[in-house]
Design a protein around this ligand. Structure first.
Ligand SMILES: [Fe+2]
Ligand SMILES: [Fe+2]
Length: 192
């Protein structure tokens, strides 16, 4: 199967699997990621596939996601136990590999780190993380217009901007913050 055929068949799978709103979001992320990849010299097809699959575990309940982690010996952190919404990233990477047969480690990592980021992200990691935040179906957040311009002009500035806004937002919700988000922010902030 060519890479384009793969992304088309994944699109059909996601349409069957995800709720309509989540599917719209998924397409928004896939196409935004593909455009960002074109601008930044990253592989467009990989960005498309990573975007298409990034939320592939979202149709599962938190308990189902935890069961997969237990069965497949995927480590679950205390923060993920408290804020189970975080789990879908690592479960998504597992499903991408084992259910949807994606073997490319870069795509799997971009799915794995799409909610928290990580220090020293690959270009594909950054693209999927940013596309997830700013795709056109997202509810307007403060600074969204600026973020959308930065995404194409200065990707690291955009990344820091999103991380900063996310940390600020999370501090107001009382939801458990994944320390990885803070570590990612600190890493990119130190680099100026
Ligand atoms: Fe997600
Ligand atoms: Fe998403």
């Amino acid at each position: 199967m060519s890479i384009i055929e793969t992304s088309q068949s994944l699109r059909k799978e996601m349409e069957k699997t995800l709720k309509p709103d989540r599917f719209d979001h998924t397409l928004g992320v896939a196409y935004t990621a593909a455009n960002m990849a074109a601008v930044h010299g990253c592989n467009v097809e990989k960005a498309l596939i990573a975007g298409m699959l990034h939320d592939c575990a979202k149709n599962m309940s938190h308990d189902e996601q935890l069961t997969i982690c237990t069965k497949k010996k995927i480590p679950v952190t205390d923060v993920e136990k408290q804020n189970k919404g975080l789990l879908h990233a690592k479960v998504g990477a597992y499903l991408a590999e084992n259910k949807y047969n994606i073997r490319d480690p870069e795509i799997l990592d971009a799915i794995r780190y799409h909610t928290t980021g990580r220090p020293d992200m690959t270009l594909l990691d950054k693209i999927v993380f940013i596309a997830d935040y700013m795709e056109p179906n997202r509810k307007p957040l403060p600074n969204m217009a600026e973020v959308r311009i930065e995404a194409y002009k200065d990707i690291d500035k955009c990344l820091k901007h999103i991380l900063k806004d996310t940390l600020e937002y999370l501090s107001t919700t009382g939801k458990a913050l994944d320390p990885m988000t803070q570590r990612t922010y600190d890493y990119y902030n130190k680099r100026g």
